[in-house]
Design a protein around this ligand. Structure first.
Ligand SMILES: [Zn+2]
Length: 60
């Protein structure tokens, strides 16, 4: 299982992809899980929605 939507940490000039730490579901959007990503370089954390259904839209 791969996560192609892993975000890049914006604290580096070079692109450092963040690692998925945990996932949890959003009760208001059952077709989306929110992934908690952590940068392996600086430990910066970021939450990003991960689509699990075909009808999911990207959260702004
Ligand atoms: Zn970083």
């Amino acid at each position: 299982m791969t996560y192609e939507e892993a975000p890049a940490c914006d604290r580096h000039e070079s692109s450092v992809l963040m690692r998925l730490r945990t996932m949890h579901s959003d009760s208001s959007r059952p077709d989306v899980v929110v992934g908690l990503f952590e940068c392996p370089e600086c430990g910066h954390e970021r939450r990003t929605p991960i689509r699990t259904g075909e009808t999911a839209e990207t959260a702004a």
